[in-house]
Design a protein around this ligand. Structure first.
Ligand SMILES: [Zn+2]
Length: 103
């Protein structure tokens, strides 16, 4: 929330109509919980009128076995090449504010 509020001050916005967040599937954040929390905490702040939009970036994994990158799903993490699950996460842990739209 503080990121959003400082962006509001910096850009001289009177109110915020939309906050776009990028939440990776491996970030540990549950989008539905976040939506709910946002509704509660925005009351009485510059974000009171704002809608939240959550973008989920692709889950990009790197196979330690065959040393290739591949796209995974949260319920399908296996490497398509060797069918192993020995990966590291390249993209998918994001948790950031992408944009704030004022009105
Ligand atoms: Zn592999």
């Amino acid at each position: 929330m503080s990121i959003a509020e400082s962006a509001v001050q910096k850009n001289n916005l009177k109110r915020v109509v939309r906050v776009v967040l990028e939440i990776g599937q491996f970030s540990g954040v549950e989008p539905e919980l976040l939506r709910f929390a946002f509704k509660v905490i925005k009351k009485g702040t510059v974000l009171e009128q704002a809608e939240i939009e959550i973008e989920v970036p692709p889950l990009l994994l790197y196979c330690n076995e065959c040393e290739t990158e591949y796209l995974g799903e949260i319920d399908q993490l296996r490497c398509p090449g060797c069918l192993k699950e020995r990966f590291k996460v390249i993209r998918g842990r994001e948790m950031m504010v992408r944009s704030i739209v004022g009105g």
